[in-house]
Design a protein around this ligand. Structure first.
Ligand code: E4P
Length: 216
C-alpha cells in the first residue's frame, strides 16, 4: 500500500518525506487556501515546489466544473511536471474530462467519490486513481472502510487498472483498516501517519533495555 500525504503544507510534506515512507501527495483547494496560497501563478509555483520535495505522484485539483475548463486547466497542470496527477471531481462533466485527459496521456485522480457506483464510473472512464472519502462517510454514520473493501473487490473482479486511493483519513486505525481492505493507496494528514509509530510497550521496552544496558 502506498502512502500519500494529504496536505499543501511544505514543512509537513518534508517531515513525512524524511520518514522515508512517502510515495506521493494529494492537495485540494481547501488545503491550498489553508496555506494561504492564492492566485494562479502562486498555486502553480506551489505545486512545483511540492514536486521538488517528493519523488511520487502529486495530485493537483482543477477549479473549473465545465468540460472545456477542466481540460484546459488539466493540460496546464500536467504541463507543470511529469508527476502531476490532475484531480477531477466526480460529476458528469468530470467523467468526460477524465476520459479525454486519459486519452491525452494525462494521469487523473477522480475525487469526491462516496459510492461504489461512482467508483465504477471513474474506472470505466480510465481514471488513474479513484478517491473514496472515508472520513466524511463515517461522519454521516456510513462505514467508509466497508466502501473501500467493496470497491477493491469490484476492481479486482473486473481487473480495472484504476487504483483505489482511500482519502479523508481521520486517524491511524483508518490506515490499518484501509490496508486490511486492500486499498492501493492511503492519503492522510501527517498525524495519523505518525500515530502508527506509537505503542506504549515499545517505549517501555526501550526504556528497560537502555536502563539494563547502563547498569552493566
Ligand atoms: C483527498 O484527496 C482529499 O484532499 C481529502 O482526503 C479530504 O479529506 P477531508 O475530508 O479531511 O477534508
Amino acid at each position: 500500500m502506498k502512502f500519500f500525504i494529504d496536505t499543501a503544507n511544505l514543512d509537513q510534506i518534508r517531515e513525512a518525506n524524511d520518514l522515508g515512507i512517502l510515495d506521493g501527495v494529494t492537495t485540494n483547494p481547501s488545503l491550498m487556501a489553508k496555506e494561504g496560497i492564492r492566485g494562479e501563478e502562486n498555486i502553480l509555483k506551489h505545486y512545483l515546489e511540492i514536486c521538488r520535495i517528493v519523488d511520487g505522484d502529486v495530485s493537483a485539483e482543477v477549479i473549473a466544473t465545465d468540460y472545456e475548463g477542466m481540460i484546459r486547466e488539466g493540460e496546464r497542470l500536467a504541463a507543470l511536471h511529469p508527476r502531476i496527477v490532475v484531480k477531477i471531481p466526480m460529476i458528469r462533466e468530470g467523467l468526460k474530462a477524465i476520459r479525454e485527459l486519459n486519452a491525452r496521456g494525462i494521469k487523473t485522480n477522480c475525487t469526491l467519490v462516496f459510492s461504489a457506483g461512482q467508483a465504477i464510473l471513474a474506472a470505466k472512464a480510465g481514471a488513474t486513481y479513484v478517491s473514496p472519502f472515508i472520513g466524511r462517510l463515517d461522519d454521516i454514520s456510513t462505514d467508509g472502510i466497508e466502501l473501500i473493501a467493496q470497491i477493491v473487490d469490484i476492481f479486482r473482479y473486473y481487473e480495472f487498472e484504476t487504483q483505489v486511493l482511500a482519502a479523508s483519513i481521520r486517524h491511524s486505525m483508518h490506515i490499518v483498516g484501509c490496508a486490511e481492505a486492500g486499498a492501493d493507496v492511503v492519503t492522510c494528514p501527517l498525524e495519523p501517519i505518525l500515530g502508527l509509530l506509537k505503542h506504549p510497550l515499545t517505549d517501555l521496552g526501550l526504556e528497560k533495555f537502555l536502563a539494563d544496558h547502563n547498569r552493566q
